[in-house]
Design a protein around this ligand. Structure first.
Ligand code: F3S
Length: 295
């Protein structure tokens, strides 16, 4: 008998859920207009496909859009992109997560106040590009604390972080800088969703015989969750859909743990829970399906 336990925190985060609602509303209300997201709305192929069925297309840049509605995804964009969309007379729906907006606002404020401004984050990530744009491209992006070695620190230094960075590593960087400067202004722009999900996944992985981590193979946060679960030595499978599960994985296993990235919709989680319960047909299963409770 398989006991199926879903992590307490799994699936869509607040910002992604909000963005999806905004897109669906825009598509529903504007059937006569072209609706585009600038880049895939989230790193989940199944959701992107569902949106396509509702006539929401993905544009990789504004150059591909001549008219209609452009949706800014939860990662946000640099202000110059919004400006360009305005010049093209596009209707803009800004689904930037409010937490990301804060990071943009604070980066801009630090630059205005004359601080040498740093963004702790991955330069290639669209969120960081948006925050960098908000700093009028004046901020310095550091990916790890070693990057500080090549920078001459000024007397007044300011910091923001990519929302998905780990609090520990941000603290490390701030600890390093604090005694090297006269004044340090730090905006803690880390969103605790990532941290809470990671701890909840780790805790569950330690308690089960096998872990399924559901989410896009192209989703960085899902991949990270899978790495964290695998590090507990519990066999861990990063899957996009229930169809990828092989029966032999379950052989000899009693407790199955399930978690999902911030870009994974509830229906994909539910499909996996259902498949596990089918394995238990005719048997009384103790199953904690808090995914269903959320609805
Ligand atoms: Fe926003 Fe945090 Fe999600 S910043 S998009 S709620 S991970």
């Amino acid at each position: 008998v398989l006991e199926v336990i879903t992590a307490e925190e799994a699936g869509f985060c607040f910002g992604v859920e909000r963005a999806i609602d905004m897109v669906l509303k825009a598509a529903g209300e504007n059937e006569d207009l072209n609706v585009y997201t600038l880049g895939p709305l989230i790193h989940n192929p199944q959701v992107v496909k569902k949106l396509e069925e509702k006539n929401v297309k993905v544009a990789s840049s504004l150059a591909e859009i001549d008219s209609g509605i452009v949706i800014i995804r939860s990662h946000g964009v640099a202000p110059e992109i919004i400006e360009k969309a305005r010049e093209k007379n596009l209707k803009i729906i800004d689904a930037t997560c409010p937490y990301v907006k804060n990071a943009q606002k604070y980066a801009s404020q630090l630059v205005d106040e004359g601080y040498q401004t740093f963004i702790y984050g991955d330069e290639d990530h669209p969120e960081v590009q948006g925050i960098y744009g908000a700093s009028e491209k004046k901020a310095i992006i550091i990916r790890e604390k070693q990057d500080l070695n090549s920078v001459e620190l000024k007397a007044r230094v300011g910091f923001v972080a990519q929302t998905t960075k780990s609090p520990e590593s941000f603290r490390d960087i701030i600890n390093l800088v604090i005694t090297e400067v006269k004044e340090l202004k730090v905006f803690n722009t880390i969103c605790n969703t990532t941290d809470v999900r990671q701890s909840s996944a780790r805790k569950l992985a330690e308690d089960v015989d096998i872990m399924f981590v559901i989410g896009g193979h192209n989703s960085a946060n899902t991949t990270r969750l899978a790495e964290i679960c695998a590090a507990t030595n519990t066999p861990t499978y990063h899957i996009e859909t229930a169809a990828e599960i092989k029966k032999e994985w379950l052989s000899g296993k009693n407790k199955v743990g399930i978690t999902a990235g911030a870009s994974t919709p509830d229906w994909l989680i539910r499909e996996v829970v259902q498949l596990m319960n089918e394995e238990n047909k005719d048997v009384n299963v103790e199953s904690n399906e808090n995914v269903e409770e959320k609805e």
